[in-house]
Design a protein around this ligand. Structure first.
Ligand code: 13P
Length: 258
């Protein structure tokens, strides 16, 4: 983290977990134990049907609610899809884009790019995900692969909007496996992502953009991961479903930074 130059963001990704009723219960528990300080931005990205309950529950708190996906088209015949303006109207501030679980369902870099542009246009903060498979890591092409995902995902994002984008580095082999990247491994890739942004935009923009790590981040390993200079927060799956664990990760963001 480096709070001087950029925001720290602790974001939960609930994936396909919790009902609206459970959302309400979770938020009540979370609010009761939420630290009072303002060390980081807090986001919870929840299933679409849980958004209204989540938005209602976090009124007058500093938690921002997000969606887990969006459709890049403004409206029309896209059965089952949700447009960015709908998310904004429902009270969302964030949207996760290009999660590896969605890429595995067929989402391409071009789709990711279209969604990032649509999210920015609507005023949402896109949390754009990237990450390599175990095969790619073993073939030693991680940085090239990630650079490609970042370049394709950010195509056409104008300089004045780049700082609004949050990037999440999530090695696929670390998601839901209990196998976390070591702080050094995660730092190395996050640093290389910042270098890509520097090349595409400028040093100033690269310094200002928040890059999160995701993949089995939990209350035990968060402190060490967040201590890395280029890891500006976390995108947390499993541990974001339990208020006490999520709060401990938020607390880990309260550490001195460079
Ligand atoms: P886990 O924290 O459950 O490994 O999930 C990470 C993730 O995919 C967040 O988007």
């Amino acid at each position: 983290m480096n709070r001087k130059y950029r925001k720290t963001v602790i974001a939960g990704n609930w994936k396909m977990n919790k009902t609206p009723t459970q959302t309400k219960e979770f938020m009540t528990q979370l609010k009761a134990i939420l630290p009072k300080g303002r060390w980081c931005d807090i986001a919870l990205c929840v299933p679409a049907v849980c958004i209204p309950a989540a938005v209602r529950a976090v009124r007058e708190t500093r938690i921002g609610i997000g969606a887990e996906n969006c459709n890049p088209n403004p409206s029309g015949a896209y059965t089952g899809e949700i447009a960015t303006d709908m998310l904004v109207d429902a009270g969302c501030k964030y949207v996760i884009i290009g999660h590896s679980e969605r890429r595995a369902m067929g989402e391409t870099d071009a789709d990711v790019n279209a969604k990032v542009l649509a999210a920015l246009e609507a005023g949402l903060t896109p949390i754009m995900c990237c990450g390599e498979s175990l095969e790619q890591r073993e073939a030693d092409i991680t940085n090239e692969w990630i650079a490609m995902q970042i370049k394709l995902g950010l195509q056409g994002v104008p300089e004045e909007k780049i700082r609004k984008v949050v990037i999440a580095y999530e090695p696929i082999w670390a998601i839901g496996t209990g196998k976390t990247a070591t702080p050094e491994q995660a730092q190395e890739v996050c640093e290389s992502i910042r270098a890509v942004v520097r090349k595409l935009y400028s040093s100033k923009n690269a310094r200002a953009i928040s890059i999160l790590y995701g993949g089995s981040m939990n209350e035990k390993n968060a402190f060490e991961l967040l201590a890395q200079p280029d890891i500006d927060g976390g995108l947390i799956g499993g541990a974001s479903l339990v208020p006490e664990k999520f709060v401990q990760i938020i607390e880990a963001a309260n550490q001195p930074t460079a």
